[in-house]
Design a protein around this ligand. Structure first.
Ligand code: NAP
Length: 200
């Protein structure tokens, strides 16, 4: 086994994820899905997302790693990291860890993730924080969709359609990686050829 780092997020149609410290959509089915995915594992989150939880307490039944730049910040039941590298260094070799937000943390840790589990709530809400639109990113592709759900009465924002879409990172193809032959190499070739003609 090796370490797996995945992001898990709930987005609206414009990939908005939050406003004024809160989630945009109430969807209890999605909350249960979130617990099923993350329970028993490590979660990495930003200090602001921690503060959005009830009582500002870490999530139970999970190892919580909270990112803050505040050297004096402490939180009972959570481990604190002061940089992305420090957070990653706290993960074990075989750990299945989840990046759970918010926007700042997703942005910085997504390059380290190989999978993103996205709940798409099909609505739009005024948002001040966003997740990168993976449908517009060549380096991510959807590999699984579990859809056709609607938020039921008593389960939150009744009537909103939603689906769970899993994305995986696409390894860059040889073409994307390039040949390692840059414009500089081309320029050197041209000059060398010209010199060959002059000298030889
Ligand atoms: N829809 C979803 O699935 C979902 C999931 C999670 C959160 N959210 C929403 O997202 C919003 C919060 O997101 P946000 O972007 O404002 O905040 P955030 O990412 O939760 O936390 C940002 C904080 O993390 C710390 N931080 C960031 N980068 C760091 C680094 N490189 N090293 C050390 N510490 C670092 C800083 O804490 P200090 O200021 O203490 O230094 C920073 O203020 C809320 O509205 C929340 O409801 C939505």
């Amino acid at each position: 086994m090796s370490r797996t780092l995945s992001a898990i997020v709930a987005v609206c149609d414009d990939w908005g994820i939050g406003r004024e410290g809160d989630m945009l959509v109430t969807n209890r089915a999605d909350m249960r899905h979130f617990v099923r995915c993350t329970k028993g594992h490590t979660v990495i989150l930003g200090r602001k997302t921690l503060e959005s939880f009830p009582g500002g307490r870490p999530l139970k039944d999970r190892r919580n790693i909270v990112l803050t730049r505040d050297a004096s910040f402490t939180c009972a039941g959570a481990e604190i990291a002061h940089s992305v590298d420090e957070a990653l260094s706290l993960l074990g070799e075989d750990e299945n860890a989840w990046v759970i937000g918010g926007a700042e943390i997703y942005r910085q840790l997504l390059p380290h993730c190989t999978r993103a589990v996205v709940t798409k709530n099909h609505c739009t809400r005024a948002a001040d924080t966003f997740f990168p639109n993976l449908d517009g990113e060549k380096s991510w592709r959807p590999v699984e969709t579990d859809g056709g759900y609607v938020i039921q009465p008593g389960e939150g924002d009744e009537g909103v359609a939603f689906e769970f879409v899993t994305y995986e990172r696409v390894e860059p193809s040889d073409a994307d990686k390039g040949t390692g032959y840059s414009w500089f190499d081309v320029a050197v070739d041209v000059v060398s050829t010209a010199l060959d003609h002059v000298v030889g």
